[in-house]
Design a protein around this ligand. Structure first.
Ligand code: MN
Length: 209
């Protein structure tokens, strides 16, 4: 079974003014589509066909750069569309487990926002900023180069990503040009905390129930 480009869960213009429609259209229809096509080409006829993307990424170092880059690109963007919403933004409500976990592991939402924004702002060149859970259910912020992510065996810090921000220039250049910090600040207006808390709960079935 080949991997399929997932539909955007909202229209191209749904995240405006924070992320513009033209950027979304190119980002999903060209970049994400390209990673998906190239991933399928890279695994065609190999023993990776039929494996889950998580399994493939867990052994990224063994598969060569085409699988690492395009497999990462396929997974990262699939997560990225889901953790944004036109109804998003603000802070997770007190009823959401992720809210309690952020307070527990960062001290406050503001501290988390500062740390995440710094990770996104200081990632040199192309890459991603992440909020992850580790194997003891603790949250941490990290960043990765290119299309790497914390599921990969090559990651500096491994974990399960539950929130990710694309800081490649293709994600923001049309609207923000070189002003990455403005794009990072705008991202906080569209974060889908329902989806992030769902992913947190899925990664930590016993946590803070
Ligand atoms: Mn991208």
């Amino acid at each position: 079974m080949a991997f399929t480009l997932p539909d955007l869960p909202y229209g191209f213009d749904a995240l405006e003014p924070h992320i513009d429609a033209r950027t979304m259209e190119i980002h999903h229809g060209k970049h994400h589509a390209g990673y998906t096509t190239k991933l399928n080409a890279a695994i065609a006829g190999t023993d990776l066909e039929g494996k889950s993307i998580e399994d493939i990424l867990a052994n990224a170092s063994q598969h060569g750069n085409a699988v690492r880059n395009n497999g990462g690109g396929f997974y990262n963007h699939s997560l990225f569309w889901e953790i944004m919403s036109p109804d998003g933004g603000g802070e997770p409500t007190a009823q959401m487990n992720i809210s309690k976990a952020i307070d527990r592991d960062f001290g406050s939402f503001e501290n988390f926002k500062k740390e995440f924004s710094a990770a996104a702002g200081t990632r040199f060149g192309s890459g991603w900023a992440w909020l992850c859970t580790d194997s003891s259910d603790k949250l941490f912020v990290t960043s990765s180069p290119n299309q790497d992510n914390p599921l990969m065996d090559v990651a500096d810090k491994k974990g399960t990503p539950i929130l990710g921000l694309d800081v490649w220039e293709h994600a923001y250049y049309l609207n923000y040009q070189n002003r990455r910090p403005d794009y990072v600040a705008a991202f906080f207006n569209v974060i889908n905390w329902h989806e992030v808390t769902k992913r947190y709960n899925d990664a930590n079935p016993g946590a803070m129930q």
